[in-house]
Write a protein that binds this ligand. Structure first.
Ligand SMILES: *Cc1c(COP(=O)(O)O)cnc(C)c1O
Length: 427
């Protein structure tokens, strides 16, 4: 395995960096080299485990040294359909040879099929395609604000959107501005005004926060990055009722929870709390290509008029071909039902077998599960899991998320739990 090199200078720099690293031996292995390059030339905005992945298939990934792992993160749920799903990859390759980008200055022959498929699957009349999750959330924020000005006669510039403590909706300046996680927002101000924070899971607090300038509520039905925080039963229904009573919009960010992750197609379906706006991403592109969208009915979507919003790559034919295949796989392989049944069994087992003084909580819904510790030892646990061939990632120091691809077989999942449980329980 060689790594692309641009010039000798670069090479020398990297080797120096590698030599500085505490390695078992000083020969710059391909693994050490990849890590050193990321350190040397990349911004240090992530703190990955020391694993260099080179191949993936279904629920498995392999590192550069040929070690096989079961993926228990699924790229934060983006790889719901499994790594390199042959149908999705075939759709990508075929489309790449036909047309990759039209821009929205012209129509293309694939976008319509994608929009219709998402609309039928989600039950919304209209779909606005974007690329990343954060862009689709921004789209929803714009839609709610403009709807408020046009339909609720909120004074220009005064619109408020209610969001929840512990939220994660992406990394744009506006979005991190209403995060209460200091690590996401520190030093990036001034933050965009017009957001009101209420505690997640407290419907009474949310109801009380709705005022004359409120245009909408933006929530994750289950908070993913916060560590699989599941609100108590009835919360989503109560929030829906509060929004209805006051005539404000409800938007669910299902970028992580949507498309089967929680054992329902959408997490809102667990409480029949259908939002006015639904934001999707991650698994919408099958782990192959970034695809996101905002879904809404006509009443909301008509706030967008020509020139009011857009994206050069949004709705491109390559994205459309991949998205269509990703959704076909989800439906044809019955991944939502798999997530529900595999998740239920796995969670029951984790609850039974992962116990002890260090364990604060074991929770989950479908194949979105988490183990929480009293102490900030989750990174150490993730490192131990990697040693036994399991890839998971800590969040907030105390929580390990367990989110395998939805295509994982019962046998592989059972085997992964056999290996994981002693590590998780030991902490
Ligand atoms: C990942 C995620 C996002 C951001 O998606 P990007 O594609 O990284 O911009 C937004 N909301 C939720 C709930 C997410 O999990």
């Amino acid at each position: 395995m060689t790594v692309d090199q641009t010039d000798d200078q670069t090479d020398a720099q990297i080797d120096a960096q590698v030599a500085d690293q505490p390695a078992d031996n000083h020969a710059p292995t391909a693994t050490a080299r990849c890590i050193a390059q990321a350190e040397a030339f990349g911004a240090h905005n992530y703190h990955p485990l020391d694993v260099v992945l080179a191949r993936g298939e279904g629920a498995f990934v392999w590192d550069l040294e040929g070690r096989r792992y079961v993926d228990l993160l699924s790229a934060y749920s983006a790889v719901g359909q499994g790594h390199c799903h042959p149908r999705i990859v075939a759709a990508l390759v075929a489309q790449a040879q036909q047309l990759t980008l039209s821009s929205r200055a012209f129509h293309n022959d694939r976008m319509g099929d994608m929009l219709e498929k998402i609309a039928r699957l989600s039950g919304y009349a209209k779909v606005l395609p974007m690329n990343t999750g954060a862009e689709a959330v921004e789209t929803a924020i714009k839609a709610m604000r403009r709807w408020g000005y046009e339909r609720r006669q909120v004074p220009e510039g005064a619109a408020e959107i209610i969001v929840a403590g512990g939220n994660f909706h992406g990394r744009t300046t506006t979005i991190v501005g209403f995060s209460d996680e200091p690590e996401y927002s520190r030093g990036f101000g001034p933050s965009t005004p017009g957001f009101v924070l209420v505690p997640f899971g407290d419907a009474a607090a949310l109801r009380a926060a709705i005022g004359p300038h409120t245009v909408g509520v933006l929530l994750e039905p289950i908070q993913g990055e916060a560590g699989v925080v599941i609100p108590k039963a009835g919360y989503l229904t109560d929030v829906r009722a509060a929004c209805d009573a006051q005539g404000v919009l409800l938007c669910f960010d299902e970028i992580q929870t949507g498309l089967g992750r929680t054992g329902a197609m959408f997490a809102w379906q667990h409480e029949a709390a259908r939002p006015d706006l639904l934001v999707l991403g991650k698994a919408l592109g099958g782990g192959v290509y970034p695809v996101s969208c905002m879904c809404a009915d006509e009443d909301v979507m008509r706030v967008f008029t020509p020139g009011s919003h857009g994206s050069t790559f949004g709705g491109n034919p390559l994205a459309a071909a991949v998205c269509i295949a990703a959704l076909d796989v989800l439906v044809d392989e019955d991944l939502v039902a798999r997530s529900a049944s595999l998740g239920e069994r796995a969670l029951a087992r984790l609850r039974r077998e992962v116990r002890g003084p260090r364990i604060a909580d074991v929770r989950g819904r479908g194949l979105m599960m988490a183990v929480q510790y009293h102490e900030p030892i989750a990174r150490q646990v993730a490192q131990e899991l990697a040693k036994v061939g399991l890839l998971a990632k800590e969040t907030h120091g105390t929580i390990i998320r367990l989110m395998p691809p939805l295509v994982i077989s019962q046998d592989v999942l059972d085997g992964a739990l056999d290996a994981a449980i002693p590590v998780l329980a030991r902490g």
